[in-house]
Structures are given as C-alpha cells and as structure tokens.
Design a protein around this ligand. Structure first.
Ligand code: F6R
Length: 369
C-alpha cells in the first residue's frame, strides 16, 4: 500500500528518517552502543584482525561508507568487495577475518554465494540485512538487522541509510569491545547518530520541492556526472546508480581526485556535474580541494550542482544550483547528502513519465548469479 504516495519510492524516501531511527532504537544502553543480537560475541570481535564487507550495488556503496567508520572508530582494517568478484579470486581469509555482508533482501544470490564461500574458508560471517529470517542471515554466524521496514520499490533508498546506520552501530560496538574509543567518545557519536533522523526530515521538508522542480528542468539531460571525495565518493557512485536505474540517463560517479587522471576530458560546456561538498568545518583541506575541483570543471563549462552544508558560502560563486543539507559530523554527512540525490533521481524519472518503482530490466531481488 502506497499510503497516498505517488509511488513506493516516494513513500520509502519519506521513511528515510524512520529507517535510521528504528535501526538505532534498542541498541543504545547508557549512551553507549550495545547491540543485543551481538551479546556473547565479544571474543569474536576482539579476535579479528580484518573486516571484509561484501555486497552488491547500493548495498556495496553503503559498505564503502561503513569502511570509514569501522577503520576510524574500531581501528580494524576494512575492505569492501563486490560479492560477485569475491569468489573468483583467492582471497586471504581465515578465522581472524570477519566477513560482513550487507543485503536489503537477504536473498541476493551473488552475496549469498560469497558468504558461503567465506564460511567454507573458515572466516566469521556477520549479516546486515533488512529482511527477518532471509537466507543470508540464516547462513551467517551473527546478524544485525536494519529496521527500515519492507522496501518495495526496486531502487533501494531507505535501506541504504539504514545499512550505513547499522554499520556505524557495529563500528561503535566493536570500538567499545576493543577499547579503541572511550565511552565519552562513543557517547558523542551516538548523539550525532540520534540527530540524523531529524536532519533528514529537514531536508525533506525544506528541499524536496526545490529538488523536484530542479529535476523537472533537467528532464532532457542526457548525461550527469557525480563527484565526491572521502565519504562523498560512495555517495557520488550511489547518486549515479540511482539515475541510471530509474531515469535511464547515462550517469557516472568519480572520486574527485581522479578527475585529472582522465574523466575531466568528458567535461564540455553544459555538462551537469553534481559535487558533494564536505563541510569546511571538518577539514578545510578537504573542502578546499573540492572547491578547486569545482573551479577546474567550471572553467571548462560544466554546470555545477553542489550538495553542500547550509552554512557553506564558498560554493556560491561557482555553483549553478545548491542543494542544502544540515550540518553534521564528517561521517554523518553522507547519510544526509544521499537524500537529495535520491529525490533528484526520483524527480527526474517522474518528469520523464517513467515507472519509478519498476524500472525496465530490473528485479527487486536478484536471485540468480
Ligand atoms: C539499487 C539497488 C541494487 C541493490 C542490489 C543489492 O537501487 O536496489 O543495486 O542494492 O541489487 O540488493 P540487496 O541489498 O537486496 O542484496
């Protein structure tokens, strides 16, 4: 039931604040992360020396964001690998490897086969999944469910923000066990996390109509590029995937630093480029690098659409359009920045008169390899 919304995707984007809030709920005790499902597994988390995140598509981009939090907070080396690539090499894994799979459906065959492979090789497995009792969690040693609620639209939206949230909880849980963060530091991150739902709601109430109008103007666009650095990079990839998937527009995401290594040749007058701009207050260096990327491509005629923090005035002289997000800590910014991109893809698909929920050639759950 679409509950009065024009599409399931519209409903599910509106549920992004709840997806985060419900995934956090019940997992905080005395201001510290304590995931009840992981009770009794302290030894497992103390004994690992490596984490490999496996997933496909949007879930893999969520994994790329999660990697930053796992490494920064839990100080465990983490890599992200596409599930369908994992099995065909000879990965160095064993009992001290934790393989974290991420899947909304819990039935993605590529991911399932990778989990089974990891287990056969003796690795520990943990499933981050949105579907109770699905095959992947049943095949795993540990489970952390995302509580995004059922996702019907083929394009994954609220599951993505819940997947990032679950990984942040996991990272803080491991940090607590391994003592890599103090209780005070964990409590600070928990507070930030608890503020995310309200901030997403603000994007939806303040920016959704603006972004949809903007998407309408862009309806004839043939190609869109997305640039980001650090945690903005996976968000650029996610923005591009959504656009391909439901708007059938050629789109590509790049790490902003790669531009000069090739992709900048694509920039011609009029080329729309979304740029994920990190807040200047986190890292002036990172921010200034992104601003110079913007200057470089603008000098070659690109149309800049900046996704930037409310207070950031530095983007104004260069951006043709600014989509605003509230201020948040460095690792929390991507959970906010993805929301305008979800709205944009949906708006563009609608403007083109396409079926937002059922894009051609795609199925919600990919149960073949
Ligand atoms: C993109 C999308 C897909 C899925 C991918 C993994 O919007 O929906 O890229 O994210 O097929 O699916 P799950 O999470 O069910 O394993």
């Amino acid at each position: 039931d679409k509950g009065g919304w024009s599409s399931f995707m519209a409903k599910e984007v509106s549920e992004e604040p709840d997806a985060v809030a419900n995934t956090v709920r019940g997992r905080i005790r005395d201001g510290i992360v304590a995931i009840p499902e992981l009770d009794g597994l302290d030894e497992l988390f103390a004994g690992i020396n490596r984490i490999i995140i496996i997933a496909c598509g949007t879930a893999a981009y969520a994994g790329m964001v999660g990697k930053y939090a796992i490494e920064q907070w839990a100080r465990v080396p983490a890599d992200v690998e596409l599930a369908h690539e994992f099995r065909y090499r000879d990965p160095v894994i064993g009992p001290d490897t934790l393989v974290v799979s991420i899947s909304q459906s819990g039935e993605t065959m590529d991911t399932l086969m990778a989990v089974k492979y990891a287990r056969e090789r003796g690795a520990k497995t943990l499933s981050i999944c949105n579907t109770q009792g699905a095959t992947i969690p049943r095949e795993s040693d540990a489970i952390v469910y995302t509580h995004a609620g059922p996702e019907v639209a083929v394009a994954s939206t609220k599951a993505f923000v819940a997947q990032v949230t679950a990984q942040y909880l996991l990272a803080l849980h491991i940090a607590h066990i391994r003592g890599t963060l103090s209780d005070t530091e964990i409590a600070q991150q928990v507070l930030e996390l608890e503020e995310v739902p309200e901030k997403i709601s603000r994007i939806l109430s303040d920016e959704q109509a603006h972004i949809e109008q903007f998407a309408k103007w862009m309806a004839d666009t043939r190609s869109v590029l997305f640039l980001g650095r650090h945690v903005g990079y996976p968000i650029a990839l996610e923005g591009a995937l959504k656009l391909k998937e439901i708007s059938y527009i050629h789109a590509e995401g790049f790490a902003a630093g790669e531009l000069k290594h090739g992709p900048i040749a694509l920039i011609e007058p009029g080329q729309p480029v979304f740029v994920l701009v990190p807040s200047p207050s986190h890292s002036p260096l990172l921010h200034s690098k992104v601003i110079s990327n913007i200057q470089e491509i603008r000098a070659r005629g690109a149309r800049i659409i900046a996704v930037a923090e409310e207070g950031d005035a530095a983007v104004l002289p260069y951006a043709d359009e600014v989509l605003r997000i509230p201020f948040a800590g460095p690792l929390f910014e991507p959970i906010l920045a993805v929301v305008p991109l979800h709205i944009f893809a949906m708006g563009l698909s609608t403007a083109k008169g396409l079926d937002v929920d059922q894009p051609r050639n795609l199925a919600k759950s990919v149960t073949v390899e």
